[in-house]
Design a protein around this ligand. Structure first.
Ligand code: COA
Length: 181
């Protein structure tokens, strides 16, 4: 099957960065990013879990609600994988987001989320949901800063964060976020 040309997304990003829709051909480098951009969270098992959480199907079937940011030389800078819930017509869902380590705290995560929120609103969605691992403190700080509420869990961790125990299977605890858009 011939790959379609990636669709550019209008709008400026700083530093000559380009925003476009991902395609199936981006899968190998997203797999590298999923292994390398999380600061070794969860060790090798964590890297494999993240890679398996972003199979190629997301790039084949959810590209219209996902984004990829490239540097002027074409290398990968950031990405967001999201979709509109088929089951709950109020909800849009952010499945994964990553900004390369050297590109952080520069507004790119916010820019990607703002575009996803706009996509969700245009599609008539009123809330955005996502989950993260309780160990991912940066993600919890970022989502809180981005206006997400932490949903009540089964227990609080040592920092008072509500945790859903075994949410995605035995030992796979998660923190759940929601934000109105
Ligand atoms: C989480 C992540 C996507 C944030 O991206 P980013 O481009 O650095 O975020 P931004 O610079 O747009 O920051 C947006 C806001 O969040 C805040 N923020 C970002 N990271 C933060 C952190 N680690 N601690 C506290 N606040 C943080 C920023 O200060 C900013 O607030 P402001 O605009 O009000 O000043 C990025 O750190 C990352 O890729 N981490 C590794 C992957 C990951 O954990 N993904 C999330 C789970 S799937």
């Amino acid at each position: 099957m011939t790959e379609p040309e990636p669709a550019l997304v209008p709008g400026q990003l700083p530093g000559g960065l380009t925003l476009r829709r991902p395609t199936s051909a981006d899968h190998p480098r997203l797999q590298v990013a999923l292994a390398e951009w999380w600061g070794g969270l969860g060790g090798e098992a964590g890297a494999l879990q993240r890679q398996l959480l972003v199979p190629r199907l997301f790039l084949q079937h959810f590209a219209d609600t996902s984004f990829l940011v490239e540097r002027p030389d074409g290398t990968l800078h950031a990405f967001l994988i999201g979709f509109l819930s088929q089951t709950d017509p109020r909800t849009a869902y952010i499945h994964f987001v990553g900004v390369c380590p050297q590109g952080r705290r520069d507004g790119i995560g916010r820019a990607l989320y703002d575009r996803f929120f706009a996509t969700a609103r245009t599609a008539g969605r009123s809330q955005v949901r996502c989950i993260t691992s309780p160990d991912n403190r940066d993600s919890i700080a970022y989502h809180t800063r981005m206006g997400f509420r932490l949903e009540p869990g089964d227990r609080f961790d040592d920092r008072g964060v509500p945790v859903h125990e075994d949410y995605d299977g035995p030992g796979l605890d998660r923190v759940s976020f929601v934000r109105e858009v």
